[in-house]
Design a protein around this ligand. Structure first.
Ligand code: HEC
Length: 288
């Protein structure tokens, strides 16, 4: 029994370590739009049209979208595929088996992804999703034809690439030169080199390596995106924020109500404070 527990613990730890090693890209802060109904509605529309083919959000029913201000009629007209009813769960259209066959992994259910990806220290799952959606770059050498900075080697293609428009990406990686990785014989400090890889909008990469003489710094990686259609790319950032807000809402739909209740609780406490102060005043009036 204890052995099993230890085994499970070890497995959990390796998963965490690999993820931490795989990530490392600094996450952007997601705009907070989870109380913005127009954003949530746009996010829902994008999700149904672009994500639900592969993913599900099976803890959500279509008719629950009335909570973000959509009417049953709007849900029927703009969100439902033929054959789906408003009371149905938001289940994707491919089977897990097909997902596994096509992508090598089953596209995860996104019902609680915003909570699952929370990293603590003020970094939320929303920050992860927002960054993930905005750091895809074309790379023809990879099976999906894309790679991602927040999730290197992800098996997911960039589902919204047409909305984002073409982009280039330049990666500059400074690291100890291979021949001199351990500092080299007799070297006081390792020789560094800078590898610059440019991915063009079609995903073809060209790479140059430059030896850095007298470099005293550390290894580092810098990634720069260049949008070839800046207006489209900016509109896409807005979409990504809305989609992120929608996924944050899906993972905790009650948060809208909780926040509304919170406001009433604060009002009540404020009022009660006045009453308590007055009572306090009149109780002690004769003593003082
Ligand atoms: C063509 C199928 C496909 C579409 C369309 C798709 N995804 Fe994915 N998605 C995947 C696969 C496959 C994975 C698993 C990636 C992996 O584990 O390597 C994934 C993983 C994810 C993850 C988890 C990343 C992680 O760190 O575990 C998120 C978040 C996600 N997708 C969001 C979306 C959103 C939002 C959309 C709609 C804009 C979308 N996906 C559209 C196939 C798809």
């Amino acid at each position: 029994m204890i052995k099993k527990l230890l085994g499970a613990l070890a497995l959990m730890m390796t998963c965490t370590v690999t993820m931490a090693a795989g990530g490392g890209y600094p996450l952007d802060k997601a705009p907070d739009r989870v109380n913005d109904l127009a954003s949530l509605q746009n996010g829902a529309k994008l999700f149904v049209n672009y994500c639900l083919n592969c993913h599900s959000a099976a803890s959500m029913r279509y008719n629950k979208l009335t909570e973000i201000g959509l009417t049953e009629q709007q849900i029927k007209e703009s969100l439902l595929f033929t054959g789906t009813k408003t009371g149905d769960l938001m289940v994707g259209s491919i089977s897990p088996a097909d997902g596994k066959k096509w992508f090598g992994v089953v596209p995860p259910d996104l019902s609680v992804i915003a909570r699952a990806k929370s990293q603590g220290g003020g970094i939320t799952g929303s920050d992860y999703i927002y960054t993930y959606l905005r750091t895809f770059y074309r790379d023809t050498s990879r099976p999906p034809g894309w790679d991602n900075l927040a999730f290197p080697n992800a098996a997911m293609p960039h589902a919204l690439w047409q909305r984002q428009g073409p982009r280039e990406m330049v990666a500059e990686v400074i690291h100890p030169a291979a021949s001199d990785a351990k500092g080299g014989p007799g070297a006081a400090h390792p020789a560094f080199e800078k590898v610059t890889t440019k991915y063009d909008a079609m995903g073809f990469a060209t790479s140059t390596t430059e030896a850095l003489k007298d470099y005293r710094g550390h290894g580092s990686s810098t990634y720069t995106f260049k949008a070839l259609d800046p207006a489209k790319s900016a509109a896409y950032d807005n979409d990504a924020a809305d989609l992120t807000a929608f996924l944050a809402w899906v993972s905790e739909p009650v948060q809208l109500k909780r926040k509304q209740i919170g406001v009433w609780v604060m009002l009540f406490l404020g009022l009660f404070l006045v009453v308590a102060l007055r009572l306090n005043h009149s109780f002690w009036k004769h003593v003082k």
